[in-house]
Design a protein around this ligand. Sequence first.
Ligand code: SAH
Ligand code: SF4
Ligand code: F3S
Length: 487
Amino acid sequence: MENLIQDIDILAGKQTEEACDMKVTEEENTGKTRKLYIESYGCQMNFSDSEIVTSVMKKDGFDTTSDFTQADVIFLNTCSIREKAELTVRKRLKHFNALKADRPELTIGVLGCMAERLKSKLLEEEKIVDLVAGPDAYRDLPNLVTKVDDGEKAVNTFLSREETYADISPVRLDSNGVTAFISIMRGCDNMCSFCVVPFTRGRERSRDPHSIVAEAQDLFDRGFREVTLLGQNVDSYKWSPNSDLKGKAQIERSDEENIVDFAGLLEMVAKVDPDLRIRFSTSHPKDITDEVLHTMKRYDNICKYIHLPVQSGNSRVLKLMNRTYDREWYLNRVDAIRRILGQECGISSDMIAGFCTETDEEHHDTLTLMDIVKYDFSYMFFYSERPGTLAAKKYLDDIPLDVKKRRLNEIIDKQRQHSLERNQLDLNKVHRVLVEGTSRRSDEQLQGRNSANKVIVFDKKHYKKGDYVDVLVTDCTAATLIGEAVG
Ligand code: SAH
Ligand code: SF4
Ligand code: F3S
């Protein structure tokens, strides 16, 4: 999930531990007295949350700014997924704190996963922030800011079993006006042993499907043409009329006929309009059902692309990771995708190199699994131990950094080769592209994606952002397809 920011380098499979996505608020001046600047790190869910935060703060009398020197309040919406992510945030916090020498009235707040993980530590022990708010505490932000103004302690890291922010209309940030993200659930009930997310985001809960459909409809009416449904494990989406009151675990038998599962939700959103494309992320290999695949097949506007993180190709390592599937199960799911949706369906993955006790042979199993699946692209990392996780408690982080890095590089090299091979299969075919904007390389070219989530660049002619264009692909790199519009 950290991964949805599409970038040509990432598509080439170059993303490693060094990559870092960051977004900031845009300038919006409606004459309000105070200005807010938010810098967001981590996954798409975090970026989505910043849109909720902006909405809450605007109602409380704030304008946004893209220039932190103009801000009265600076929020960092943070990520804890790997050590590197937290180090980046700490550096930024130091930088912002230096501004206080000249402007003591400046308020600095830390939001998101690092706020949840460290709770009041950043405020009380390290004294580098004024305000701490976890992912379920954003409705409380105006109150927390007032507390800071009054010289009081401002910390809220309460994790909720119900909060989905369903009624808050996000203020779209960094928007191309064509594609948008919709959070459909929060939290995660899986306990992958390497992962900090269940601790920072709390228990899984699903959002009312009617509010999701209404958000999709509203986006469509405003000219958007693609929505991506977001959750850490979208396949376990489950909502009943009573689940808002009682939480997922307590759905009763009497509710069963009214339960909406992920396949049902996909169908509801697909029916908003045939011209609205639907994507989703992330799918968990243990939960993705044939029913979801059949629903994807039934609707042309549900994109034929699945992000299905494998993490490792070796069953013993998968067991240690507590992923609850093995190599065979995973390959069986890939077979189902190919059987139901065909070769064109895009498949991508996340991979972790050098997990605790992984041998060279076991690492080799990841490479051979990649040879079988042939991912279109992948997000690739080396293992970074996170305090408090099951792996940190139970296993030794015993693979030396140079070995982790060597294994990661082997994975990256293989992925690059597969990305190119998969792109070559698209040559001389016509692809329907939703135009997202001008290409990064030239104003004379447009860029968009096909159903399988591949970036396609072509000459502008009379086409514009938001158009669907049929493009004949004539050339490619490992990262990009290049083509020409054919009417
Ligand atoms: N919910 C998603 C993943 C969310 S985190 C899923 O289950 O697939 C995004 C990715 O970060 C993970 O898929 C994993 O590959 C990577 N990741 C998570 N914890 C990590 C750690 N401790 N070290 C290295 N990579 C990690
Ligand atoms: Fe983390 Fe696993 Fe949940 Fe994904 S499914 S967020 S990797 S615990
Ligand atoms: Fe996302 Fe990072 Fe939190 S990946 S859920 S912001 S730990």
